[in-house]
Design a protein around this ligand. Structure first.
Ligand SMILES: [Zn+2]
Length: 166
């Protein structure tokens, strides 16, 4: 602080403006890509001329944004491309005595699991090579939601299609 090396922002601004005016001089229009490049070059020269140094912007460390993958709610269709790791797909269940039936999101194959609130189980769809965590949760209406969370792809001995699906 106060060693005179760093310039306060309010002093930087007029000097940058001066640099811009210098750079623009002689460029009446900035119509083309060529003109923009020329302006950029002149900016660099002018910035140098007014006594500022061009520094590399510190590389912005991108905030590790928690991947916000919107859930897919019951009744909404889902495509294979949407079944990315972390995606929650909630599905209806159908009670059958001690068990509930539901459909895996990828191909709507029917599966049956124990009807218990809080049940958590891993499952793999052998046709699509997708691994899920399935959790049953109380739907507060006497039933259970099936919450499928995509864990990822599983290497299958034989793929349904040799080309990558999109
Ligand atoms: Zn499937």
């Amino acid at each position: 602080m106060g060693d005179g090396r760093s310039m306060p922002l309010h002093m930087l601004s007029p000097r940058l403006q001066a640099a811009y005016v210098m750079a623009r001089a002689g460029l009446s229009t900035i119509a083309s890509e060529h003109d923009r490049l020329a302006l950029a070059e002149r900016m660099l020269e002018a910035v140098n001329d007014v006594g500022l140094q061009v520094a590399e912007k510190p590389t912005r460390t991108p905030q590790p944004e928690p991947a916000q993958i919107p859930p897919i709610w019951p009744g909404n269709p889902v495509t294979l491309a949407q079944l990315i790791p972390g995606r929650l797909v909630q599905r209806y269940t159908e009670e059958a005595g001690e068990e509930v039936r539901t459909d895996v999101p990828c191909c709507e194959r029917r599966i049956t699991v124990e009807a218990r609130d809080g049940l958590e189980t891993d499952l793999v769809c052998p046709f699509d090579g997708l691994r899920y965590t399935l959790v049953l949760v109380d739907d507060e209406d006497g039933g259970l939601w099936a919450n499928f969370t995509v864990v990822g792809e599983v290497v299958m001995p034989r793929r349904r299609s040799p080309t990558r699906r999109r």
